[in-house]
Ligand binder design. Structure first.
Ligand code: GDP
Ligand code: MG
Length: 177
């Protein structure tokens, strides 16, 4: 909204990580601006987007960071993780490799981020269910083993995008307040 007099109670930094082309930038575009683009180049260079919402009568500004093309191994710098209170580990449910790489991304995250960071595993592109390469149960099992929240989303169809971000932000609020 355009209300600049609004008082912000909390700012939560959340980082998006995962392989290139899994849909990180489009999840962010959907959440922050309710937009979606089939052209992945449209968002290159964007550092972060913010969205202000109300949780438990408090005004929370979510500052969501996007890797913007730094997805190569170890190319994401420690500055990216600094101060993050939440992370979304995103894979493409039609690309098995992007799910298999989640363990590596999680290891990198845990090497850089605060140990109390809230982490959510996201299986994106659920609109392409006929091309599914990662069974829900595999992801659930991994999430349970690693103590992660888990959700399947579609940035294209808007499925669970708002719910995923609201869930992680509410969980962050729950440990920070
Ligand atoms: P990033 O590299 O992880 O930031 O991925 P992008 O957000 O740039 O998305 C990569 C490609 O996947 C683009 O062509 C997007 O339009 C497409 N994409 C992203 N999310 C979805 C989704 O939920 N469903 C489908 N079908 N395509 C998606
Ligand atoms: Mg991107």
């Amino acid at each position: 909204g355009g209300d600049f007099s609004q008082k912000i109670d909390y700012v939560f930094k959340v980082v998006l990580i995962g392989d290139s082309a899994v849909g990180k930038s489009q999840l962010l575009a959907r959440f922050s601006r309710n937009q979606f683009s089939l052209d992945s180049k449209a968002t290159i260079g964007v550092e972060f987007q913010t969205k202000t919402l109300v949780i438990d009568n408090k005004t929370v500004k979510a500052q969501i960071w996007d890797t913007a093309g730094q997805e190569r191994y170890r190319a994401v710098t420690s500055a990216y993780y600094r101060g993050a209170v939440g992370a979304m580990l995103v894979y493409d449910m039609t690309k098995r490799q992007s799910f298999d790489n989640m363990a590596r991304w999680l290891e990198e995250l845990r090497g850089h981020a605060d140990k109390n960071i809230i982490v959510m595993l996201i299986g994106n592109k659920c609109d392409l269910g006929n091309l599914r390469a990662v069974p829900t149960e595999d992801a659930q099992e991994f999430a349970q083993r690693e103590s992660l929240f888990f959700m399947e989303t579609s940035a294209l169809e808007s499925t669970n995008v708002e719910t995923a971000f609201l869930t992680i932000l509410t969980e962050i609020y729950g440990i920070i307040r």
